[in-house]
Write a protein that binds this ligand. Structure first.
Ligand SMILES: Cc1cc2nc3c(=O)[nH]c(=O)nc-3n(C[C@H](O)[C@H](O)[C@H](O)COP(=O)(O)O)c2cc1C
Length: 350
């Protein structure tokens, strides 16, 4: 158990905010598999104060997802503060997270996201304005800096703590790096020394062993999992078990993956309606179904459907085939290998 302000968090493994991915259904699945804390994807502070319908949709959540953070981005302190007030009063999450890490030009060219790391006085102003505007904890998520000549994480972290930020997440890549190269965990170690608030380490965790290594090496309080959770919500329980016992749970079987595909599809239908869910779920299905012999053929079978009824029938057909083939149904394997470096989610290129 660790905590952010008064919020008690049961697991050290938390789900990263991911645009186009971490909607309500996926958050529920990760929570059920042991994620200690989940976030919405980044939400525009401007959109919130204009009460844009689509923007407000992004912040809907259910009680089972608590503790949950709503992540906001923007460049104007007053707008961010006003949006935070709205969130606290209307949306009522457990915490608000400030996005100071988004590297997408559409966002950074306005001075929002990780562009703010080039203007630490503005970052300070934003953090203070939002902390003052609400009574729930405000956290922040940063990258290491703008580029190799501007690595600011330890200094920015100390300033954010001073401004009243309750916990910090660090993804130690620069904006210019996007997802290339490696996350420089030594910056997490360095940043740990500059603050006493909880520090969440993030970047390139591919396994429970990696999660433990990050905690041991950097002394961070918790780890945030992004890409390794795609198609793999089981990672959270793997990390929990490994941290507690040094043992990994049995890997999930192919049959469990297919069952989850079905369950996730139905949750998305509930969320977005049959038509949109059938298209939207395809990327998740391709993440669930990879890494075993014949995976491409299953993906192809599911990908071709445009109608919910057809896709559901195909999933049922695959389930029936697996039932008839216990060796395949019981095929169990753990997600490994490289993270998807080029995963781009919608709105549209985080
Ligand atoms: C598809 C995708 C969408 C993302 N969207 C967001 C976002 O909305 N807010 C944010 O702070 N980070 C976002 N990120 C960054 C992740 O939260 C995380 O910092 C990054 O993926 C590094 O962690 P990982 O190596 O575990 O994936 C996104 C990453 C991906 C891959």
């Amino acid at each position: 158990m660790w905590q952010i302000g008064p919020i008690k968090i049961k697991s050290k493994a938390i789900l990263a905010p991911m645009a186009g991915v971490t909607g309500h259904p996926f958050r529920v699945l990760c929570k059920a598999q042991g994620a200690g804390l989940v976030y919405t994807e980044f939400v525009s502070a401007n959109g919130i104060i204009r009460e844009n319908e689509k923007t407000l949709e992004l912040m809907k959540f259910t009680e089972s997802e608590r503790p949950i953070g709503v992540q906001i981005f923007g460049e104007t302190p007053e707008v961010l503060a006003q949006s935070a007030k709205y969130i606290e009063a209307v949306v009522k999450p457990d915490l608000i997270d400030l996005n100071f890490g988004c590297p997408v030009p559409k966002v950074t060219k306005k001075g929002a996201g990780s562009a703010i790391l080039k203007d630490l006085p503005l970052m300070d102003e934003v953090a203070r304005a939002v902390v003052e505007a609400v009574s729930i904890p405000v956290t922040a998520k940063i990258r290491s800096g703008w580029n190799n000549g501007c690595i600011v994480a330890p200094v920015a972290a100390a300033a954010l703590q001073e401004a009243g930020i309750a916990a910090l997440t660090l993804h130690p890549r620069t904006t210019k790096q996007l997802y290339t190269g490696e996350a420089d965990w030594s910056l997490i170690t360095e940043t740990r020394k500059s603050i006493s608030i909880p520090l969440i380490g993030n970047g390139d965790i591919r396994s429970a062993e990696d999660a433990k290594r990050m905690i041991d090496e950097t002394n961070c309080d918790a780890v945030m999992i992004g890409r390794r959770a795609l198609g793999n919500p089981w990672i959270f329980n793997e990390i929990n078990d490994y941290l507690q016992t040094g043992e990994l749970p049995t890997p999930v079987r192919l049959m469990d993956r297919i069952r989850l595909c079905h369950h996730h599809l139905l949750m998305e239908v509930e969320e977005r309606g049959e038509y949109h869910a059938t298209n939207y779920i395809k990327k998740h299905l391709s993440w669930y179904l990879k890494g075993f012999p014949g995976a491409a053929a299953y993906r192809k079978r599911l990908y071709r459907h445009m109608q919910f009824v057809d896709m559901e029938a195909e999933i049922s057909q695959i389930k029936a085939e697996l039932e008839a083939n216990p060796d395949l149904a019981n095929l169990a394997y753990r997600e490994q290998g490289p993270l998807f470096p080029n995963v781009h989610a919608s709105r549209d290129h985080y």
